[in-house]
Design a protein around this ligand. Structure first.
Ligand code: ZN
Length: 166
């Protein structure tokens, strides 16, 4: 019988760790700190351009409401509302721009004849946006959506480096 190894992926560096590990063997991130990480602090850090201590963790942090996230994603997800809510601004801005353009294009295409050529340029970004929306909704529902949290990992990283040196 083959033995099954249960592994968990480090949300910071992507290394696969044994399920029993409390700290990433590669980057030293202490996993319990991710579970207690704050999304509000992470959003402030992202806005300030300091991403060093921000980790995208596939879970709902304590200061993010799943209900609010799911409602924003369900009703306004095509315009990136849920991504603005949790601070994934690059995705959010892309979705907002595509979302606004598709509204404008829909209005113009009914008013201006021969507008269809412009609509064909919009097809790909709209498809990407719609797929993002769909995957985000599913990931949110199964608690796998990656949400930025602020984590202090400096001490853990140093401990691992020192342990390797010995
Ligand atoms: Zn790691």
């Amino acid at each position: 019988m083959r033995r099954m190894y249960k592994a968990k992926r480090c949300p910071r560096c992507g290394t696969k760790n044994a399920y029993s590990q409390f700290r990433c063997t590669e980057c030293g991130l202490i996993f319990s700190r991710v579970e207690n990480g704050s999304n509000k602090i992470a959003k402030n850090l992202i806005m300030a351009g300091k991403k060093d201590q921000v980790v995208n963790a596939p879970m709902f942090p304590k200061d993010v409401s799943k209900k609010t996230f799911m409602l924003l994603c369900g009703f306004l997800g095509f315009w990136g509302a849920h991504n603005f809510y949790v601070g994934r601004y690059a995705k959010a801005v892309f979705q907002l721009i595509v979302g606004l353009f598709s509204i404008i294009a829909t209005v113009l295409s009914s008013a201006i004849p021969n507008f269809d050529f412009f609509m064909s340029y919009l097809f790909l970004p709209v498809a990407i946006d719609a797929f993002m929306w769909m995957f985000d909704l599913v990931d949110g529902a199964i608690n796998k959506y990656k949400i930025p949290v602020a984590v202090d990992f400096t001490e853990g990283a140093d401990l691992v480096k020192n342990a390797v040196k010995k």
